[in-house]
Ligand binder design. Sequence first.
Ligand SMILES: CC(C)(COP(=O)(O)OP(=O)(O)OC[C@H]1O[C@@H](n2cnc3c(N)ncnc32)[C@H](O)[C@@H]1OP(=O)(O)O)[C@@H](O)C(=O)NCCC(=O)NCCS
Length: 482
Amino acid sequence: MFALPAMGSGRRLCVVLLVAFVAVLVFDVRHRLCVDYLGALRLLADSASKNVILGDCVVTGAESLSSVLTALSIADSAELFAPHWEESVAALAGATPWLLAPDRIQSQSTDAALPDEAVREVLRVAQLVSDDPDLRLLLWHCCRLLYEHLDYPAQMVTRWPNLDQRLGKDSPLFYFLLTLASVCLARQKHEELGIPGDVACANAKNVFGHGERQVLTTGRWGTEQRLLPWMRNHTTGELFRLGRLHFMIRPFRGCVRAFRNRESGAVAALAVDGTRFVEPGILLHGKVAEGRRAWVASFSEDGDGYHGVPVSPWGYACEEEITLDRSGWEPALTPGDPMIEVHIPGGGGMTVERVRDAMTHALDFFPRYFPERPFVGFVCTSWVFNARFSEILPPEANIRQNQEQVYLYPVSSGGRDGVYFIFGTDVVDPATSPRDTSIQRVMLSELEAERPLLTGGMFLLLDDFSAFGKQAYRGRWPFEVG
Ligand SMILES: CC(C)(COP(=O)(O)OP(=O)(O)OC[C@H]1O[C@@H](n2cnc3c(N)ncnc32)[C@H](O)[C@@H]1OP(=O)(O)O)[C@@H](O)C(=O)NCCC(=O)NCCS
């Protein structure tokens, strides 16, 4: 027992509570070994200065960024890790980050359906990182930069260095630990939003996908730095896996605006003013090869109607300008309109039925949990919607069959889009790369013929969803062009 100096009962109560609070805090940090994520953030917010005092443990921010990075042989990455470094040091207070706790890793791995050999690998590397104060601190800092400081640029995350000197071939598993941490943070966020646990579990499978991709390309589990920013979408409670697909609400950013015929219900898209197309009506980055025709679309509207260059549902822009008269046509989709953005996790099997089921799920989910966020349809931007695939993939290919159900439009492309997703690397050699599947064969043939591999966009408006499976747009395209 200890005596309190003479003071009023109110003040005494305050002091008792304060002492109890500090005791709990010290116990928590020093004896549980693993810092709770939110607890650490609260601790950080409560500290009056950048130094945190915990009993006899005074953390001064002495673990200087340069000493840690030099020890890890990544001193030239100082600029990448400088933001919020001291806050991270203070928030960790010398403890072990929660994302390295074996029981946390086990439960997150179960949600992500990681196979046993992957869990063993992750636990092994987590132990290596736990035992190494430099790696431990860097991992914690990366976790905060990635998931807490959302204004920390994604491009900087993609430039985070490999940790080959300290971890050798285990370096990708260091970053995999960050991917895995998203499982717990996403679950926490979903709980706040009142979203059932099975959605968080479904989201967690994305972690499996990232790890599996690395296995396919390198034979070992891990995550590439370029994939890390994507995991933010899970933890902010914006991206949800519902059936075969991921969805989130975002403004429409395509190069078209769509109009609906008041009588027939047909939809026609006109290109946004100033869009520069290249034959055969596609969008390409950079300089256009000599001799290749290019044109700039104009769009205007007046009392008569909407004047512009049509983009057909097959995904190509035309050159001839047309007018959609105001009495017959009304706007149906304009850049900036809220849409349910579709993202395609790996795993194949993207049949039209599964896509329809997933979209049906989304149409129930978003109004239920985000009633304040209306939307006008679905949109997707992906190599999967490369309009050329409707011509060169076998008719039974899911990619082709899904393209037939939506309205395609051009998206600015680099010319080798999708290669990474199909071959696991950005660089392929048509002479030696695998040709086991039809998509591999058509991609390599396109490259051999020096035809660009494009990204494409698609939209599907809410009013047309009931016709998904019946080629709503191509079947009712009202013009001769296309
Ligand atoms: C998009 C995706 C789901 C389509 O898979 P799918 O439903 O099997 O598509 P299809 O039926 O049209 O496939 C056509 C052919 O390509 C093959 N194929 C599909 N995806 C493949 C892949 N990732 N690697 C190699 N071949 C693949 C199929 O096996 C099929 O081959 P076959 O005709 O010789 O039998 C699949 O490619 C995938 O999981 N990709 C990774 C995720 C991705 O790229 N997301 C988009 C990011 S922008």
